[in-house]
Design a protein around this ligand. Structure first.
Ligand code: PEP
Ligand code: MN
Length: 366
């Protein structure tokens, strides 16, 4: 259940209302939007009479039951799009970003060459795996902590914020300087890890599991948000189907559906969805057309020699060519592309600050 408060209510009035609700045995969290504050109730609200709460509390505009099991990520609780601050780069609410880079960080030369090139082409965040989840225990597992250092060297060189995957919570202390923490598809339901990244004050890129429903993805995001971290980006990266011509099947309907159900930004990873380099461009175009807030594209300086996922990686020239095309399509969709946003400053001043977490405030776009 949520109660939407009238515009302009004071903090004291909100606190009084929250205390009243909590005195009836409910946990609450508060969403502060630009217009309205929303008080969300967690617990069995069957006994609450919405009309009597509205009539006896002047500051309440209306109340509504939220029937879905996810509350904090629910659009009802937060009607405006959330903007995630990816190391100074705004993602969501009409601001589109492209995250590019290799599957794995392999060497300093490699990551710096890729970073310089994707930045010149217009990418606004750099990706690169240091801890790699691999199906075979004999495959290349990434450079680990050294890989993170190389990624940060590439950040220093180019200024691009960095996105990289954490595989378990014991690695988190190493992620201090990483801008966006990725929780990979195989870890989407690692609930201990979700709780732990929920306690970090860093944005989390949450990838959909190989065989998980959208509701399960939203519930995983709920784990993160319920620990106080509202900076979550959802990522559709393809799911397992009976099809064998592609590595996975890109579920494009996930994008508009997730955006309808939730206020969180949704991006698409066409590289892992397809597994084939020639499909990356058409799927990226399709993702923009269905309303994605960004793309994650594997890009390598020498895909034929890549230690991981070379078959789905674009080379640097292909990536630059694709970006020229994508920029036009992003503009056609009425979205702002990353580099324009950075040059244009801070629209509305809403994204440069990570949310301050107060006692019962678990997300705050304001
Ligand atoms: C990745 O992004 O490198 C990755 C392993 O992706 P996923 O978890 O979607 O397979
Ligand atoms: Mn990969």
């Amino acid at each position: 259940m949520v109660f939407v408060l009238k515009p302009g209510v004071s903090q004291r009035e909100i606190d009084r209302f929250v205390a009243l609700i909590e005195s009836r045995g409910f946990k609450t969290f508060i969403s502060i939007g630009t217009e309205h504050t929303v008080v969300c109730l967690i617990g069995n609200t069957a006994a609450i009479d919405i009309d009597s709460v509205v009539q006896t509390n002047d500051i309440v505009e209306y109340g509504k039951r939220v029937t879905e099991p996810y509350k904090a990520v629910n659009r009802t609780a937060h009607p405006e799009d959330t903007i995630v601050n990816g190391g100074g780069v705004p993602i969501g609410a009409g601001m589109f970003q492209v995250i590019a880079g290799p599957c794995s960080v392999e060497s300093e030369e490699q990551i710096i060459e890729v970073a310089r090139s994707v930045k010149a082409a217009g990418a606004t965040l750099l990706r690169g795996g240091a801890f790699k989840p691999r199906t075979s225990p004999y495959a290349f597992m990434g450079l680990g902590a050294d890989g993170l250092k190389l990624l940060l060297a590439a950040k220093k060189e180019t200024g691009l914020p960095v996105v990289t995957e954490v595989m378990n919570q014991t690695q988190l202390p190493l992620f201090e300087e990483i801008d966006v923490i990725q929780v990979g598809a195989r870890n989407m339901q690692n609930f201990d890890l979700l709780r732990e990244v929920g306690r970090c004050r860093k944005p989390v890129l949450l990838k959909r599991g190989l065989a998980n429903t959208l509701e399960e993805l939203l519930m995983s995001a709920e784990y993160i948000m319920s620990e106080g971290n509202s900076q979550v980006i959802l990522c559709e990266r393809g799911i397992r189907t009976f099809e064998t011509y592609t590595r996975n099947t890109l579920d494009l309907s996930a994008v508009p559906l997730l955006k309808q159900k939730s206020h969180l930004p949704v991006i698409v990873d066409p590289s892992h969805a397809a597994g084939i380099q020639v499909l990356v461009a058409p799927l990226a175009r399709a993702a923009i057309a269905v309303g994605s807030d960004g793309l994650m594209i594997e890009t390598h300086n020498d895909p034929a020699r890549a230690l991981c996922d070379g078959a789905q990686s674009l080379n640097l020239v292909q990536f630059a060519g694709l970006m020229d095309d994508l920029k036009r399509r992003i503009a056609f969709e009425g979205k702002q592309f990353g580099d324009q946003v950075i040059q244009g400053g801070n629209p509305g001043g809403r994204f440069l600050r990570l949310p301050k977490i107060a006692k019962s405030v678990i997300f705050n776009n304001g």
